[in-house]
Design a protein around this ligand. Sequence first.
Ligand code: FMN
Length: 194
Amino acid sequence: MTEPNSINELIRNRRSVYQNQFSGEKVDDRVVKQLLENANWAPTHKITEPWRFMVFTGNGIQQLAQAQADVYKKVTTADGTFKEERFQNLLTKPALSSHIIAVGMKRDEKKSVPEIEEIGAVFCAIENIYLTATAYGIGCYLSTGGITYFEEAKEIFGLEPADKLLGFIHVGMVKSQIPPGKRSSIDDKVIWVK
Ligand SMILES: Cc1cc2nc3c(=O)[nH]c(=O)nc-3n(C[C@H](O)[C@H](O)[C@H](O)COP(=O)(O)O)c2cc1C
């Protein structure tokens, strides 16, 4: 059994670690597989297991960069919101990560689980990834920027219209110690009824 203090420590030491805090070294693929294995153990209503992941690393990172820059350019040129700086960021920033995990939610209409619960299950899987990264001493953060909410991005990741792209988890080795996080007291967010 897990010691309660181990889980307390793990959860409270979990941090989002950003690309500017990555050392540039590669994370071992075997560690990334452990992140994904633990993601697979998230709670899931009717065991739909709605999480889907696409892992980009090595040359795959450049492929992702090009694909996301292309879809950004296509969509924003059409609607007149194109910004060269955002385009360049989408093209160049991925290279700062060791692995990038695109996170999707696969809809299973037959099981009639409300969509919000399926999205919730995938975010539980994301938390498992965060906690596993903490345990292995590697950095990661969830990004919901870029093309996350572009309908046109779904097909890059094998997602269909009813599915959702929920974000990108950037993974990297940590450059230096990450300062502790901050939270206001839980007492302000809980009502006990006895
Ligand atoms: C749903 C969700 C979306 C997020 N999207 C982004 C994002 O797009 N960019 C980013 O820098 N951080 C993003 N984050 C990370 C948060 O900024 C981070 O969790 C927050 O600052 C608290 O820091 P901590 O994770 O170290 O406790 C996201 C987190 C969540 C839960």
